[in-house]
Design a protein around this ligand. Sequence first.
Ligand SMILES: C[S@@+](CC[C@H](N)C(=O)[O-])C[C@H]1O[C@@H](n2cnc3c(N)ncnc32)[C@H](O)[C@@H]1O
Length: 280
Amino acid sequence: MHIPVMKKEVLEYLDPKPSQHFIDCTIGLSGHANAILEKTAPEGKLLGIEWDREVFEKIRPSERMILENDSYANLKKIVEKHNFKNVSGILFDLGISSWDLEGSGRGFSFLRKEPLDMRFSQNSELTAHEIVNYWNEKEIAEILKEYGEERFSGRIARKIVESRPIRDTLELAETVKRSFPKSYKFREQHVAKRTFQSLRIAVNDELNNLKKGLEQAGEILDKNGRLVVISFHSLEDRIVKNFFKNNFRVLTKKPVTSSEEELKENRRAKSAKLRVGIKL
Ligand SMILES: C[S@@+](CC[C@H](N)C(=O)[O-])C[C@H]1O[C@@H](n2cnc3c(N)ncnc32)[C@H](O)[C@@H]1O
């Protein structure tokens, strides 16, 4: 089951009122979306976007929901298609859901033996298998450095190339572990975490999609409309922070993080950062 992150804070900042219109760019299993819709009764509407076909098919639509199986990188086109106007607020809840990690079977977790896929959309061509088994050492090192801020990017890339073929997630996690220096003191964070993160970002072109989605959200929002973004690592957070510098009044000087109470119930909330801007 997926527990929505910072649901209370999302509602507080989006501040939905009866009959308003909202967009959830990453609707997932509708945790946030249903909470927003409830506050906009009786006539408010929510446009929900979900890239993953399997997740999309699990959504239980409500009468006041409009759903689209697409990427938020196409936000403007989707909004035009549905003639969705007077948008009071837009939400992006980035990253992966508990279902992606535990139920999708697509290799998002370094703790389960699964094929190296990592695509959100089965329509995308690039898979993690392709990168790990066919890209050259330099290209792999670059994505580990850029998208994972991985200190040992060069060593890991070399070991990956030497260890081919790498057939599944556990073989990859093991390869990463073997590339760390012997003297390295293993910490709480799993050594393969950054490698898996960078592969996922590369496979789904996540940072470019985010930039495109934010730009279009900025155009679509009504004046004084609210944009709420929850990010899960520093690369995303930096993009969001910079985006808000133009044309937005920022309500969160420092990003909002989850309460102690929420952290006890939801480990996924640990790295979440929420930022909010009001369109000028
Ligand atoms: C953290 S989950 C959202 C959970 C949701 N807020 C809830 O409360 O149930 C993020 C979702 O965004 C989807 N996603 C990832 N990239 C996307 C994109 N470019 N466009 C639309 N959806 C995307 C993922 O498939 C995933 O279901």
